[in-house]
Design a protein around this ligand. Structure first.
Ligand code: GDP
Ligand code: IMO
Ligand code: MG
Length: 428
């Protein structure tokens, strides 16, 4: 009953989509376990570039069942649009299952996400404004609306009517905004319920049945460890648990059924939105990484902040997730640098050195990264498929990172294309 979890080890956009698609080649099922359309996961198949937001990255393989797990918050109109886009690109798989227990991102969540960001002013979090925070807040306040409500029009209207009692007070009295009506929401959402109904099911049952039958599962995380509501740089985080515990919580898989936890590590670091980022490069090298790596958000198009790899944060990520292996991605982007730096420790404001990641984001904002310098390499590497063929300096860099994180390397991604990968060990 092998279930492998794919987890972003940094601040997102590590290449989880590409690695999940790769693992899906040997899997029967791919389950997304948290987040919503704040995620943007890119999968490349030949000339086709799929930018997936809610649909799991196994979708291009018709024999693989894809599951939108109960830990997700689903935006139904956006999901319909995504399904249509994916189909227009020739991906015909209909092997899709949506958890009836997943919560919905409602129009007022999206509105409130934007209004709350405006209210925060200079302290804005830089959210994707997709309504994710307010949707999870409603889930935990027990005022959320779920997929099972969407496919039952009478119940949907009743739940929305109940929810609007509070939401409209907030909209009108706190934000001086027009109230929303049940009818306008029903008009927008109920037709999506009709279209999605045939995919809606008890996915926990489906997942357990697959495991009973010895099928191989990939649990696909969105966002990443440092954006986790508990482990991340609070409050500059997302509102769910992308880490290993969250994978079980949001998918219907028990911790006892997990066989592998794969940490996806970008060969450098990027972050979108506000919050501390010790190794951020605000100089020409940072600009070079952005341009060389085309570092613009898959969901919002925002320029990503870029910097050197941070093994203090990664060691912490390896511990809290229990990474059994790493997939180092985008190694090709570093080609052409004379030297590559690895952050191996932080100097704290009191002058002392630490390799322990501080739990307080305010402390993290004031640490000074201590770097090890490694020689760079100039040869293109995207065509290489084995460790032996990699430039010596590129392999030495990966090995040093692996040693500092105390986790072996399973995969090295050397390009965006599906086959641009060096496989050391199959995690599934
Ligand atoms: P995700 O959110 O973790 O799935 O990552 P994104 O899809 O948002 O961003 C990763 C970007 O890097 C996408 O454009 C991928 O196509 C691309 N990518 C993935 N792996 C590699 C790689 O090894 N090299 C290069 N150059 N691009 C990669
Ligand atoms: P994938 O899955 C990178 C960031 C936002 C913001 C913070 C909170 O593609 O790696 P939210 O809208 O979730 O309330 O925003 O989290 N963020 C991401 N950054 N990749 C993502 O997803 C992200 N999803 C959210 O930029 O800083
Ligand atoms: Mg992304």
């Amino acid at each position: 009953m092998p279930a492998a979890i794919v987890i972003g080890a940094q601040w997102g956009d590590e290449g989880k989509g590409k690695i999940t698609d790769h693992l899906a080649e040997r899997a029967h099922m791919v389950v997304r376990y948290q987040g919503g359309n704040n995620a943007g996961h890119t999968v490349m198949v030949g000339d086709t570039v799929l930018k997936l937001h809610q649909i799991p990255s196994g979708i291009t393989r018709p024999e693989v069942a894809v599951v939108l797990g109960h830990g997700m918050v689903i935006n139904p109109p956006a999901l319909i649009e995504e399904l249509d886009t994916v189909r227009s690109l020739g991906v015909m798989s209909d092997n899709i299952h949506i958890s009836s227990s997943a919560h919905l991102v409602m129009p007022y969540h999206i509105l409130l996400d934007g209004l709350e960001e405006e209210l925060r002013g200079a302290a804005a979090l830089g959210t994707t404004r997709r309504g994710i925070g307010p949707a999870y807040a409603d889930k935990y306040a027990r005022t959320g609306i779920r997929v099972q409500d969407l496919v039952d029009p009478a119940r949907f209207r009743e739940r929305v009517s109940q929810a609007l009692k509070r939401v409209n007070l907030e909209l009108t009295r706190v934000f001086d905004h027009d109230p929303m009506t049940v009818e306008s929401i029903a008009e927008q959402y109920l037709p999506t319920g009709e279209r999605l109904a045939r995919y809606v099911t008890d996915t926990d049952h489906l997942v357990q049945e697959a495991l009973d039958q010895g099928k191989r599962l990939v649990l696909e995380g969105a966002q990443a460890t440092m954006l986790d509501i508990d482990y991340g740089t609070y409050p500059y985080v997302t509102s769910s648990s992308p880490t290993a515990g969250g994978a079980c919580q949001g998918s219907g898989v028990s911790p006892m059924q997990v066989s592998h936890v794969l940490g996806i590590v970008k060969a450098y670091t990027s972050r979108v939105g506000a919050g501390p980022f010790p190794t951020e490069l605000l100089d020409a090298t940072g600009d070079w990484l952005v341009e060389q790596g085309h570092e613009y958000g898959t969901s919002t198009g925002r320029r990503r902040r870029c910097g050197w790899i941070d093994t203090v944060a990664l060691r912490y990520a390896a511990r809290v997730n229990g990474f059994s292996g790493l997939a180092i991605t985008r190694l090709d982007v570093l080609t052409g640098l004379d030297q590559v730096l690895i952050c191996s420790a932080y100097r704290l404001p009191d002058g002392s050195l630490t390799r322990d990641y501080p739990a307080d984001a305010d402390v993290l904002a004031h640490v000074e990264p201590i770097y090890i310098s490694m020689p760079g390499w100039s040869e293109p590497i995207s065509h290489l498929r084995s460790v032996q063929d990699l430039p010596e300096a590129a392999w030495a860099y990966c090995q040093r990172v692996s040693e500092l994180i105390n986790t072996p390397i399973d995969l090295i991604s050397v390009g965006a294309e599906r086959d641009e990968l060096v496989v050391i060990k199959w995690p599934l």
